[in-house]
Design a protein around this ligand. Structure first.
Ligand SMILES: [Zn+2]
Length: 499
């Protein structure tokens, strides 16, 4: 009996056939009703006549996404569908080896004509515009090993509507592949908005933008995007990216209180497949440095997070010290390299935003486990891996530079990680040995002990432990907060700091 149960479980796992997955999506806008999306998924059924479907559930801070799915049904002959809400799965049964068709509707579950920080990853469906993220648009078969070819086709669009997504611009049908355990991390727009295009080494880069209250022109944003793409691809020595795209969505203007201050502008972004989605409150007081930082940070996720994957999915933050902290470190270095900030701003940002934050925070030494558990519940705890990972990367970069006499830096290690982990089925969770062993070689000491102490246990690196090159000095104030200072009299400082 046990054997039989095992066999059934194995068979239910879906393997893709030549036809693969076909999604048809149609906006439904009636005069009086609320707009929604009609989705039709078709694929070739399995030999055992059953398939398990993964239902939208959570994507980072966005929870309960199944509330945006309505009328999920099996539309093909002699087919039944059993929904298990607790497990976020549905079991589909149908005559063996027959075509299967599922239909459902995607609705906007939170009211509002504009998104906020809380609703940005949920659908925004208006009579003139649809914004929907892949995490809520797709009900997908649970896959075995391998991948599926996916086609997404827009139907019944008003003639003046544009379409744009992580997979293409202005194309009514897009094709891509989707692998086991990966969510379709993407964004889809349809309706009235603007699309701009530029090229980086003859590869297209797109900007889809909405809203008319920005304190900059569309071309200025495109220019920032162009420069960011060029700088980062050079950093990663990775030009083989067919296209890249960004959506920039205005968030609702509402005063937000944080630490006793009223913030007029909020910034939010998420790195997706060959793309990122940015959400910002347009205001005259927008901080262009933060804007550029958001672009640099989210694009860095194209490599740290997307190519070098942590393996736990977008809701597992155990590796956030790496996926967010190292992203912060190299985003800042690329901002310096791309000319977005001056050297003085670079040093001051390291001091004020990272060292001071981490070394003065009452929760600056929380163990990694506790941070991962509360990441999406507690914004203050969620800040720590950004700061801790940045400081750890800064520590490692300088240690490697010192050990190698300036010949190597953490950059070289990152290129090694990209080479190794970007192959399919490799990620940090299932193969952290490569990370640890390679880092140990660069450091000429056991990296595992450092990771255990400064990341897992969360201890702050004692300032005297930093090994800094001659052009950097570290001073510690009475409260124990370190600050760095650049010594321009020291030889080689200019190449060293930019390396
Ligand atoms: Zn991030």
């Amino acid at each position: 009996m046990r054997y039989l149960l095992f066999a059934i479980t194995v068979l239910r796992i879906f393997t893709c056939h030549a036809g693969d997955l076909h999604y048809e999506i149609s906006p439904v806008i009636s005069g009086t009703g609320t707009p929604y999306l009609q989705v039709r998924l078709s694929f070739e059924g399995n030999a055992d006549g059953s398939t398990e479907l993964a239902l939208p559930n959570s994507f980072g801070p966005a929870k309960g996404l199944f509330a945006c799915i309505r009328n999920l049904r099996c539309a093909s002959r002699a087919c039944t569908l059993l929904i298990n809400r607790d497990k976020h799965l549905a079991l589909l049964k149908y005559p063996a080896n027959t075509p299967v068709e599922i239909t459902y509707e995607v609705v906007q579950d939170e009211a509002g004509a504009e998104v906020t920080k809380e609703t940005a990853f949920r659908p925004l469906l208006r009579p003139d515009f649809f914004h929907v993220m892949g995490c809520v648009l797709f009900v997908t078969p649970v896959l075995s090993d391998g991948s599926c070819n996916v086609t997404v086709e827009w139907r019944n669009l008003p003639s003046n509507w544009l379409v744009h997504s992580s997979f293409g611009s202005k194309e009514r049908a897009v094709h891509f592949s989707f692998a086991k355990s990966r969510m379709i991390e993407s964004v889809f727009w349809a309706g009235e908005f603007r699309i701009l295009k530029t090229m980086v080494k003859s590869r297209p880069v797109y900007l889809a933008i909405r809203g008319n209250d920005w304190p900059f022109t569309d071309e200025e944003v495109l220019n920032i995007l162009q420069k960011t793409v060029a700088t980062q691809r050079k950093f990663w020595q990775d030009w083989d990216i067919p296209y890249y795209t960004v959506t920039l969505m205005p968030m609702a203007n509402r005063p937000v209180m944080a630490g006793g201050q009223v913030l007029p502008t909020e910034y939010l972004g998420t790195g997706l497949r060959n793309s990122f989605a940015a959400f910002i409150t347009p205001s005259a007081s927008m901080d262009m440095n933060r804007f550029q930082h958001l672009f640099n940070h989210e694009m860095m996720h194209n490599w740290i997070g997307n190519r070098i994957r942590s393996g736990g999915g977008p809701n597992d933050m155990h590796f956030s010290w790496f996926s967010e902290g190292f992203t912060e470190y190299f985003a800042l270095k690329n901002m310096l390299e791309g000319g977005f900030i001056t050297l003085e701003q670079y040093i001051e940002t390291i001091n004020a935003d990272y060292l001071e934050h981490l070394y003065s925070s009452p929760i600056g030494e929380l163990p990694n486990e506790e941070i991962a558990a509360d990441f999406f519940k507690d914004p203050e705890k969620a800040e720590i891996p950004y700061k801790r990972g940045f400081v750890f990367a800064f520590f490692l970069d300088n240690a490697i530079k010192s050990k190698s006499g300036g010949k190597q830096g953490l950059h070289d290690f990152m290129i090694d990680l990209l080479d190794y982990y970007s192959l399919r089925r490799r990620d940090l969770l299932s193969g952290f040995e490569f990370f640890e062993e390679t880092l140990s070689e660069y450091l000429m000491q056991d990296a595992g002990t450092l990771i255990d102490t400064y990341i897992r246990d969360g201890k702050r690196i004692p300032p005297p432990t930093f090994v800094l090159p001659g052009y950097l000095h570290m001073e510690t104030d009475l409260a124990g907060i370190p600050r760095i200072r650049l010594n321009k009299y020291s030889e080689g400082w200019n190449e060293g700091i930019r390396r």
